[in-house]
Design a protein around this ligand. Structure first.
Ligand SMILES: [Zn+2]
Length: 263
């Protein structure tokens, strides 16, 4: 790896951790129906407003050994992991796609997915506000497509974004309704259905269908592991959102290979 590439990689990683720091705020505040912009971040214990040196991604947490500078209460290591993960997600996208328009599009998508992953993991739901935010962000690739810029859609047809929103969403909706009729209980949360509208807007419908398939494969493998190895209750509810997030990331980043395979 030459110096230039190393330098860009470090910049990309740091940029990812800064975004990760903001995503921590989103993950905490969106389910509480709080603004993600104001007020500024405070310590949950002593209420002191955090300043620049408390908010440097990763480094602040490490230097303060995961404690509040003012009152010393422990700060969850989750904050560190989200920043680190987002840095690595950004880096992985850059390494696969380099200086292409797909790179920033996939960065936006991974940021959205990180929030979906953790909010669904914590609360077993995907808030409407989050789905709506995803749809607004998804207008970026849809608009680029209109201007014939390269996106993740497999064809240049103008209606690709429309199909992207509708087909995966309607398939998930029918799976949810079908499951409800057959098993007489909710097999899919409405959040899991709705989140495929923004995902479809980013990936287009073909890749989104691959994502649905992979979500079930990953969820199924985890479910078996959960019941057979961990000996957990098979009726326990496991959030599906995290599997959707991982599947979307994998299909998105390897979009070309996945499309080659499908088409
Ligand atoms: Zn404090």
């Amino acid at each position: 790896m030459d110096i230039w590439n190393l330098y860009i990689s470090i910049l990309v990683f740091v940029f990812g951790t800064v975004i990760g720091s903001f995503l921590n705020v989103c993950i905490y505040r969106i389910p509480e129906k709080m603004s993600v912009v104001t007020p500024r971040s405070r310590c949950g214990n002593c209420g002191t407003t955090l300043t620049g040196k408390d908010l440097v991604p990763i480094l602040s947490w490490l230097f303060l050994k995961g404690r509040c500078r003012h009152c010393g209460i422990k700060i969850a290591s989750r904050y560190l992991w989200v920043e680190l993960t987002q840095g690595l997600l950004f880096l992985s996208v850059y390494h696969v796609h380099g200086f292409a328009l797909k790179t920033p599009l996939l960065w936006i998508l991974t940021a959205f997915l990180t929030v979906v992953f953790f909010i669904d993991f914590d609360h077993q739901r995907i808030p409407n506000k989050l789905v709506l935010t995803g749809l607004l962000l998804g207008l970026i690739p849809a608009t680029l497509h209109v201007f014939h810029k390269e996106t993740l859609y497999p064809s240049a047809a103008w209606f690709e974004p429309v199909l992207g929103v509708l087909i995966p969403f309607l398939l998930m909706l029918s799976l949810a309704i079908g499951g409800q009729l057959v098993f007489r209980k909710d097999v899919l949360g409405m959040g899991d259905v709705k989140v495929f509208a923004p995902i479809g807007l980013f990936l287009g419908w073909q890749l989104s269908l691959a994502t649905i398939w992979l979500s079930y494969v990953l969820g199924g493998i985890f479910g078996l592991f959960w019941i057979m190895v961990m000996k957990k209750d098979k009726n326990a509810m496991i959030s599906f959102g995290p599997f959707i997030a991982i599947a979307t990331y994998l299909v998105g980043i390897f979009s070309e290979k996945v499309l080659d395979f499908i088409l």
